[in-house]
Design a protein around this ligand. Structure first.
Ligand SMILES: *Cc1c(COP(=O)(O)O)cnc(C)c1O
Length: 369
């Protein structure tokens, strides 16, 4: 057992254990997809969407969705510079090019004005990633999408529970994807989900995820295109069913953890935190702090300081355009300014107030030193 305060771990109870065990015992033969179908149905009920496909990862779900859209060589996809590589890699798998644009100062999500400036004849899609639970400005993005006839895709991996107005994140664009990796608000170990209200896209996705076999089909072992296989297992889906039955509590807990930090951090002007813009709900997957420039604190030194005090935190994402693998020279001013000063704080569901106080004390020690 590590004595460090971990930055993340899932909340697993007897419910998850018993559902997984039930799937191990019964989820075979005629029941081979029973838990998967149930998981997909429960997810639709929770997000109020029409069609869902459970996958082995969010990366896979995004790959399937982009492939179903027909993304191919010479196409461009606009995405925020501040992101995890998983949101971008599927663009490259399909031979297309990511166009990295700047973020907004307050939400840290994609900046709609920068999106509009980056549109070319090659733009095939815009990916809105809801960072750390914070929401992209969906009204502006959807109106840009409409104006130029370009689909908006939502990567809501970090935003289960977040709402734009009364709509769940991931239900506003052409399709939305989610992750159930062990670090996320709900988990299946590894896993993902694609949701959409578009029947044609849905059909494309299920064909592609079935190695290119159309369903229903009267011919066995007869692929019509080269597809993929990003299927989830019954056992993982059963864990997902248990987590979905507890999802309101899991999200509530994330919000409580965030506000406990925020109420105390509001005492200083040297730090800014996640924003909850009006008419939205932020599910605060990761309580995140940005040190003001005047503090001269960078994320590496902050993480080392916390580590010395037994606290594991994480660095704010790097601008992807900085990675040598992309070999591009751009400077998205806001992304490059915020990224070096940001860290994610520990926020697993079972964290205690004492542990949160320790994190807060350590941060105050750091900014006052
Ligand atoms: C975690 C994450 C992913 C990747 O999810 P996997 O299930 O690990 O493939 C993709 N996008 C975002 C925004 C994420 O946070």
């Amino acid at each position: 057992m590590s004595k460090n305060i971990l930055y993340t771990k899932p909340s697993i109870t007897k419910k998850e254990e018993s559902y997984a065990l039930e799937a191990i015992k019964n989820g075979w033969g005629e029941q081979f997809d029973y838990h998967i179908k149930l998981f997909e149905k429960k997810f639709l009920e929770f997000t109020k969407s029409k069609y869902s496909v459970a996958t082995s990862s969010c990366t896979g779900a995004l790959h399937l969705g982009l492939a179903a859209l027909g993304l191919t060589k010479n196409d461009e996809v606009i995405i925020a510079d501040i992101n995890w590589i998983a949101s971008v890699a599927p663009i490259i798998y399909l031979g297309a090019t990511p166009i990295f644009v700047d973020i907004q100062e307050d939400t840290w999500c994609i900046d709609p004005d920068s999106v509009e400036r980056a549109i070319t004849e090659k733009t095939k899609a815009i990916i809105a990633v809801h960072l750390y639970g914070n929401l992209c400005n969906m009204d502006m993005l959807l109106s840009i999408g409409k104006k130029y006839n370009i689909p908006i895709i939502e990567d809501a991996a970090e935003a289960i529970g977040s709402h734009w107005g009364n709509k769940h994140a991931g239900t506003l664009g052409l399709f939305g994807v989610f992750s159930f990796h062990g670090s996320k608000t709900m988990t299946t170990g590894e896993g993902g989900m694609l949701i959409t209200n578009n029947f044609k896209l849905y059909q494309n996705v299920i064909t592609l995820n079935n190695h290119g076999r159309k369903s229903p089909s009267n011919k066995f072992f007869w692929p019509e295109v080269i597809g993929f296989k990003y299927k989830i297992s019954n056992i993982q889906a059963a864990i997902g069913c248990a987590q979905l039955e507890r999802i309101s509590d899991l999200i509530k807990k994330k919000r409580e953890i965030f506000f406990y930090y925020k109420n105390k951090l509001d005492k200083t002007t040297k730090i800014t935190t996640n924003i909850e813009i009006s008419n939205t709900v932020n599910s605060f997957w990761m309580p995140t702090i940005i040190f003001c420039k005047s503090t001269n604190i960078n994320k590496e030194s902050a993480l080392a300081f916390l580590e010395r005090h037994g606290i594991s935190a994480r660095p704010f994402f790097y601008p992807l355009s900085k990675l040598p693998i992309f070999n591009i020279q751009i400077c998205n001013t806001i992304a490059y300014s915020i990224s070096p000063r940001g860290i994610n704080l520990p926020s697993y569901h079972d964290i205690t107030k004492n542990q949160q106080d320790k994190v807060l004390d350590t941060i105050f020690k750091l900014i006052d030193s």
